[in-house]
Design a protein around this ligand. Structure first.
Ligand SMILES: Nc1ncnc2c1ncn2[C@@H]1O[C@H](COP(=O)(O)OP(=O)(O)OP(=O)(O)O)[C@@H](O)[C@H]1O
Ligand SMILES: [Mg+2]
Length: 350
């Protein structure tokens, strides 16, 4: 396939590529939430584009001319996060020789992107909550209040709601951050975007590396589309970069052997995947009935409410989808749940 056939739709400002219905829904959400100041929580597996989506929201917002400041809560040692976020006064701690502005203040009138928010130490969460609610805080070692105007976008690949239930993340902060959740689908659930993304990356790395690669053979495209990309877009991007480096002519020649099938069924699956697959399978057997004597909860030996909580935690049911009946709850399984089941059962995962 010639890559010029794959122009696709992309949000010019942010270079987000994709045209599948699931990705279109994400673009719609970005466009809906960008103009307002509401907090956004971006969820998704590693490499699904959480950071680029955060940047796209900022770029499409009225704050676009002001700073976009990113803080990776997982990359900063716990002892330094407070000063990193809120700044410090001279002498606040050993080594604080000069006063320093925190990222919160640097993001004034712009957007603060709190990446890997699940790694924010519990003891810092109340201070962050207050800063978000009141838009003010004190620097470490200072007693003067700093007033800011900051929009917050947080991201996580962890099950934040599960962490709330395990008391590892504060519920009040969770609700404050989760005003507008955006969940990024893994690449294996939007395979229709793979040709577009592949072409986009071939073009990008072709230009960067000065290689006129114009063509992706059909068998390569098929292999790309059927691989399940556990590292999502980042993995695809790296794969294409390697392929462009190895290509000498105009036709992309990747090492397809690198796309080894993922281990099927049980090996290499997380406990959450196994749990999700088992719940989906049981729900299939009960035609989606959760409660009652013949419902999935009874079969799984769980109270109905516990099963519902688990389904919400595993993304099989949204939190707003709280059933109101007593006993018989019929759930419509989301498409991706079936996908998870199908691949878990080895019925086409690879
Ligand atoms: N829709 C997209 N179109 C084009 N490139 C994308 C898209 N989504 C993500 N990318 C690219 O994929 C890579 C990974 O994206 P990003 O860093 O935003 O992922 P992430 O979800 O933050 O990952 P992690 O959880 O590992 O931090 C980046 O190089 C980004 O530019
Ligand atoms: Mg990231």
């Amino acid at each position: 396939m010639a890559i010029s056939d794959l122009a696709g739709s992309s949000l010019a400002a942010s270079s987000l590529v994709g045209s599948s219905p699931k990705f279109q829904a994400v673009l719609d959400e970005i466009n809906m939430v960008a103009p307002v100041d509401s907090a956004v929580l971006v969820r998704g597996e590693t490499g699904t584009g959480k950071e680029v989506v955060a940047q796209a929201i900022h770029d499409a917002s009225p704050r676009r001319r002001n700073p976009f400041v990113a803080v990776n809560c997982a990359a900063i040692p716990a002892t330094l996060i407070e000063s990193e976020l809120f700044g410090h006064e001279r002498g606040a701690f050993t080594g604080a020789l000069t006063p320093r502005m925190g990222r919160f203040q640097l993001a004034d009138r712009g957007t603060l992107f709190l990446d890997e928010i699940g790694d924010l130490p519990l003891e810092l969460q109340p201070k962050l909550l207050r800063a978000l609610q009141e838009q003010r805080f004190e620097r470490l070692g200072g007693n003067q209040t700093v007033q800011v105007n900051v929009r917050v976008i947080a991201a996580t690949n962890q099950d934040l709601w599960g962490m709330v239930q395990e008391r590892r993340f504060r519920a009040d902060l969770y609700y404050r951050l989760n005003v507008f959740p955006i969940t990024l689908p893994p690449l294996r659930e939007r395979t229709a975007d793979i040709p577009l993304l592949a072409a986009h990356f071939v073009r990008k790395f072709g230009q960067r590396l000065g290689k006129p690669v114009h063509h992706i053979p059909d068998e390569v495209m098929e292999a790309l589309t059927s691989h399940d990309w556990p590292g999502n877009i980042r993995e695809l991007q790296n794969f294409i970069e390697r392929a462009v480096i190895m290509t000498t002519g105009t036709v992309l020649r990747p090492r397809l052997a690198e796309l080894t099938p993922q281990p099927a069924a049980t090996t290499g699956r997380t406990l959450a995947d196994a749990e999700r697959a088992h719940i989906v399978e049981t729900l299939r057997e009960t035609n989606g009935v959760v409660g009652g004597k013949r419902g999935a909860a009874a079969r799984l030996g769980l109270p109905r409410t516990s099963l519902i909580a688990r389904m919400q935690r595993l993304g099989l049911m949204s939190h707003s989808e709280r059933p109101v009946d007593h006993g018989r709850t019929n759930v419509a399984l989301p498409e991706n749940a079936m996908g998870a089941f199908a691949s878990a059962a080895g019925a086409g995962g690879f």
